[in-house]
Design a protein around this ligand. Structure first.
Ligand code: PMP
Length: 355
């Protein structure tokens, strides 16, 4: 607390990012990055963009990148917005497209940044409990509200809603923005991007941080009706008009254009997930079915914090989340087959034996 702070700053509860450790020989399975490096085409494009043109500001509208995104998803560039990671895109959406006159709705177990943005923007919110299968029930979101954020697949649980459910929600809440955060969609769920053509109130947000293996580049985007996009642009141009560097724009465009790379890597992650889930089940874990590049697990006989500490002693970092309902669960990112085998061996060395 400092006397120089704006009063709102002392009231904030900032998001706590997953640890980015600096020591070697660490198996890092805590922030849902891909275990593989990004598309070689993206790396080449970034290297090529490192020249004297860096003395110039980048295109503030990132038009070439927005065109590539539009053509990949069969839409048009005026329906695409880009930002510095999907965190920034989400922040602008919470600022631009939600009514402060009523609480915003999101799940009690979801992406931890949603309540943080609400705190920053003075936006009231209400957390809706997941049902007892840890799933979002759309019928719980039909009450009057200022807007809705749904991570699909949901953050931390991996459960995905059908497009029919999202479409029904958009119809039941015609005057409110439904922000569909698809950070994990490429690992087994269906994108709602095509719904944005029929529903002017759905904004789909995606990121290059997970399935495109570019968390270090910081690029995210949104697709939706041009009126929603214009709202986002107005906020962006009142905050930082050059959120994406020349290098980021070039790398992101090449990464998105490389769809065969995406298919190959996401298939590999899904195959590893299937294999890993089998091994965990053999050790007696409860595992939520996941359409994401992580699984949320719980062991009836071993507390999550003890497992977390034991794994850490063996140089393996996984994530324990703060939402009260999942305090005794661990979220584990899917790495390579070899990495998951190392984790299973570590659990075995901690006394967890096959059933
Ligand atoms: N949405 C969800 C559900 C996430 O888990 C994350 C990553 N922590 C993000 C958005 C933000 O990702 P980024 O800013 O790297 O695009």
């Amino acid at each position: 607390m400092s006397r120089f702070w704006n009063p709102i700053v002392s009231e904030l509860h900032p998001y706590i990012p997953g640890e980015q450790p600096h020591f070697v020989d660490i198996l890092k399975l805590n922030t849902n990055e891909l275990p593989y490096g990004p598309s070689p085409a993206a790396l080449d494009a970034m290297k090529d963009s490192c020249d004297d043109t860096l003395r110039l500001y980048p295109d503030p509208t990132a038009r070439d990148l927005r065109r590539v995104i539009a053509s990949t998803y069969g839409t048009t560039e005026e329906r695409v917005f880009v930002g510095n990671g999907s965190d920034e895109v989400l922040a602008h959406a919470f600022r631009a497209l939600v009514s402060p006159a009523a609480p915003m709705l999101f799940a009690d177990v979801s992406y931890g940044f949603y309540p943080v943005y609400c705190g920053l923007f003075g936006q009231p919110y209400q957390e809706i409990p997941l049902n007892d299968r840890f799933e979002i029930d759309i019928e719980d979101y039909t009450v009057p509200c200022g807007g809705i954020a749904i991570a699909n697949p949901n953050a931390n649980t991996g459960h995905a809603l059908s497009l029919d459910s999202l479409s029904r929600l958009a119809t039941l809440q015609p005057d409110r923005t439904i922000i569909v955060d698809e950070a994990y969609v490429d690992f087994g769920a269906q994108s709602a991007i095509r719904l944005t053509e029929e529903h002017d109130n759905i904004l789909v947000v995606q990121t290059l941080s997970k399935s495109r293996a570019l968390a270090g580049l910081r690029v995210g985007y949104a697709v939706g009706h041009p009126d929603l996009i214009e709202g986002l642009v107005r906020v962006k141009d009142s905050f930082n008009s050059y959120p994406l560097s020349r290098i980021a724009q070039a790398g992101a465009a090449a990464a998105i254009a490389d769809s065969s790379w995406l298919t190959q890597k996401t298939r590999q992650v899904m195959a590893t997930r299937g294999r890993f889930v089998q091994s965990l089940a053999g050790l007696g874990f409860d595992i939520l079915p996941s359409c994401a590049n992580f699984v949320l697990i719980h062991h009836p006989a071993h507390q999550a914090d003890k497992l977390l500490t034991g794994l850490r002693e063996r140089h393996i970092i996984v994530r324990q989340l703060s939402a009260p309902r999942i305090r005794d669960w661990l979220r584990i990112t899917i790495g390579t087959d070899q990495e998951m085998d190392r984790l299973i061996e570590a659990l075995a060395s901690m006394g967890l034996t096959p059933r």
